[in-house]
Design a protein around this ligand. Structure first.
Ligand code: ATP
Ligand code: MG
Length: 458
């Protein structure tokens, strides 16, 4: 049976040229070629570096990227799509959610711990794939032993013959098991209960450490008690297979590989970096902003962070920071941090032409989403080209006259436009609805014209 891989993994990311990376991003994000180019080069440079001798590779630091652009123009979207492509451990965090060390909240090192966690999941999932067949086999063997306990060899029996007979019965059972003929049978299993200690939910940054220590000290408590349970054969097989998978996977080796992958290929997307810009004094009570920047600095520059899976060096992790920088400017970041993001890319504000494309071109373009949603109720929704241009036009107008929220405006405009159809949908007698320019005008013109109204509705 052919194994169908998801589209983006068909060509492994390791082989993608910058041009191909941009082409992949183009499928989802309209325009913004400078930003796409920059991330494509950065990603490719990671691959190039990995082909070098260790001595040289050690010297080559990643060129971190700062994406600057107004809200709603695709910064986060580019990062999200890059993550899917990169197949490297990838974490997106809001810089604004960190607090200075010593204050309540998340400390910046947690991003490295989270990234390590992600990487472990990734490596474990890959290893699982490798051992799945073997685990299944072992699980079957164990289940057959339960269904068919080895019978004692009779005193007058030839030992070899007895074993053969046992073997044959067991193979017959295996066939039946695979054919699903034993599915209604019940077996008794030793089941380990998962224990979720309630005090793991304490908020705060040191939870992870509390967690590690307790787990080390009280292993029995966290592993849960084992208990006999009667379960149906398919469930038993599932349970045993999972248990066998865990046995076949060497978690120490997974942890080592995962840490290595974080160090060599990890990418951290630091969103909303502008929210922590600003120096001490200039923002009154927000004195901790500069503190957060100072805390981030060593991580971006290269330090060692202690995680559950071992020490992680951050020297070669790629950082992509993004921010609208409406109020603050990149120059409001502390100078040391500015220097750590040598590549600056500006994302352009979006206009009517881009809106037309965003509405229709990307794989999961908004218009396609609405068409698919209505299709679930047997309604064929069509948009004329004129209507699309009108929608783009209205979105642009509202952005100009109220607040420019970029492509997010399309969401609000479309939602309003389709409000009636979305509500009436199931009850409509006419199952084919065409949205034309006249309909768009009818539904939206008054709201768009009235600035106060559009402030509230769109
Ligand atoms: N260039 C674009 N092409 C396609 N879709 C876009 C583009 N820009 C924005 N969008 C859409 O608009 C929405 C918001 O975009 P995104 O989250 O990338 O904004 P952002 O630039 O990160 O803004 P913010 O500064 O507010 O975080 C998303 O749903 C995204 O699909
Ligand atoms: Mg964003």
């Amino acid at each position: 049976m052919p194994i169908l891989l998801p589209e983006t993994t068909q060509t492994s990311a390791g082989a993608l040229t910058p041009r191909q990376i941009v082409a992949e991003l183009d499928k989802h994000v309209v325009g913004q070629s400078a930003a796409k180019r920059a991330v494509a080069i950065a990603l490719r440079n990671r691959m190039r570096r990995q082909k070098l001798t260790p001595e040289l590779a050690e010297e080559i630091a990643p060129k971190n990227i700062l994406m600057i652009g107004p809200t709603g123009v695709g910064k986060t979207e580019i990062a999200r799509r890059l993550a899917k492509l990169a197949q490297s451990p990838f974490l997106k965090v809001e810089a604004s959610k960190f607090t200075e060390v010593g204050y309540v909240g998340r400390d910046v090192e947690s991003m490295i711990r989270d990234l390590a966690e992600l990487s472990v999941d990734m490596v474990r999932a890959e290893r699982l794939e490798d051992v799945r067949a073997k685990a299944r086999q072992n699980a079957e063997d164990r289940l057959l032993d339960i269904l068919l306990p080895p019978r004692p060899i009779a005193p007058d029996e030839e030992p070899a013959a007895g074993r053969d007979a046992q073997q044959q019965t067991s193979e017959r059972f295996r066939e039946q098991l695979r054919a699903g003929r034993l599915d209604t049978r019940t077996v008794e299993l030793d089941v380990r209960e998962k224990a979720f200690p309630s005090f793991e939910i304490i908020a705060g940054s040191s939870v992870e450490e509390v967690d590690i220590n307790l787990k080390d000290m009280l292993p029995g408590l966290f592993q849960g008690k084992s208990k006999k349970r009667k379960v149906k054969v398919p469930e038993a097989l599932e349970y045993l297979a999972t248990e066998e998978e865990q046995k076949l996977i060497d978690m120490d080796s997974v942890a080592r590989a995962a840490v290595d992958r974080v160090e060599q290929a990890g990418i951290i997307f630091l969103d909303e970096i502008d929210k922590i810009a600003g120096r001490e004094g200039s923002h009154g009570p927000d004195v901790s902003r500069e503190g957060v920047q100072r805390d981030i600095l060593p991580i971006v520059e290269g330090t060692t962070v202690n995680t559950k899976y071992g020490m992680v060096r951050t020297d070669h992790i790629l950082f992509i920071a993004a921010g609208a920088f409406h109020v603050s400017k990149p120059s409001d970041l502390i100078p040391e941090l500015q220097g750590r993001f040598p590549i600056r890319v500006e994302l352009e504000a979006l206009g009517k032409d881009e809106f037309v494309r965003i509405l229709t071109e990307p794989r999961n373009a908004l218009v396609k989403q609405y068409i698919a949603l209505m299709d679930t109720e047997g309604i064929t929704l069509t948009f004329t080209d004129d209507a699309i241009r009108r929608i783009a036009d209205f979105a642009q107008t509202v952005n100009e006259h109220t607040e420019n929220i970029g492509a997010r405006r399309l969401h609000t405009v479309l939602e309003k436009l389709l409000d009636e159809i979305s509500f009436e949908g199931p009850d409509l007698s006419e199952k084919s609805v065409t949205i034309d320019e006249a309909y768009v005008t009818k539904m939206l013109a008054d709201i768009v014209k009235n600035e106060d109204l559009s402030r509230y509705i769109l």
